[in-house]
Design a protein around this ligand. Structure first.
Ligand code: SAM
Length: 240
């Protein structure tokens, strides 16, 4: 998978060099290219923003540098273009799985009050466009969203995880939050690991984990758990 990121703060994407994503780059599973939007701004100050039509606070990202950026990047080959925006589709594991099937993603990281809408509309005439939100809050820029989306997507690319089974058991993969996990020692500060996990009975362990996952999801995220598996004795707290 090729990942291009267009930003006015290329250094923000340095964490992509680290950890698992860095290993995936070394293995050749992903090829990440970070581009400074200002290379496509041609005035003396390499200006990428201007005042909003209609008035109001803040600045808006100008269409010309973005237009040139997409001319250059889409000339390299087809891509799914991800505009990070708080008014986009909420990012979920389902969206991550979908994006993981793409050969190439191009992230457009907004700043200021966002990117001139005509850029999104124009790019949509020549590429698949996704407008994606990291959550219902406002960040200063799209870089953190691009990082988070890339990390969630790349770990789903076949060959990325050493043990693919660990992906299947994770939160959100089966619509539930993950059950609590424990490691050695069996007793720590007067707290024991649940006995069933030491029993060696794989059927009982699987049943206990499923029950814990359902309880945890019902308690913490009743919006996720299907009504058919809601338990009578689980206290449902409102999501705040
Ligand atoms: N004025 C915009 C609004 O109210 O929707 C917010 C602009 S925000 C300060 C600047 C940029 O940060 C956005 O263009 C977007 O790229 C990014 N951003 C902010 N919050 C985000 C979120 N929740 N998800 C994804 N990107 C976000």
């Amino acid at each position: 998978m090729q990942v291009d990121v267009v930003t006015i703060f290329p250094d923000y994407l340095a964490p992509l060099e680290l950890s698992l994503a860095g290993k995936a780059r070394e293995k050749g599973l992903i090829d990440v290219r970070v581009h400074d939007l200002r290379q496509w701004a041609h005035d003396r100050h390499r200006t990428v923003d201007d005042t909003p039509y209609g008035g109001g606070a803040g600045m808006v990202m100008k269409p010309e540098p973005w237009g040139e950026a997409f001319d250059a990047l889409l000339a390299d080959g087809p891509a799914t273009v991800v505009f990070t925006t708080p008014s986009g589709q909420p990012f979920t594991q389902t969206v991550a799985r979908d994006l993981a099937t793409r050969e190439r993603l191009v992230f457009a990281c907004g700043r200021y009050e966002g990117i001139d809408q005509r850029v999104v509309d124009e790019v949509a005439t020549r590429a698949e466009v996704r407008e994606i939100s990291l959550g219902d809050y406002v960040l200063n820029g799209g870089e953190v969203a691009a990082l988070a989306i890339t990390e969630a997507v790349v770990r789903l690319v076949p060959g990325f995880m050493g043990n693919a089974a660990s992906l299947e058991e994770e939160s959100h993969e089966d619509g539930l939050l993950e059950y609590p996990v424990y490691t050695k020692p069996a007793a720590w500060r007067d707290r024991a690991v649940p006995e069933v996990l030491l029993s060696g009975d794989h059927g009982a362990i699987a049943a206990w984990r499923r029950d814990q996952a359902v309880r945890r999801t019902a308690e913490r995220r009743p919006d996720l758990v299907p009504a058919s598996v809601l338990l009578d004795d689980v206290e449902i707290r409102p999501v705040v």
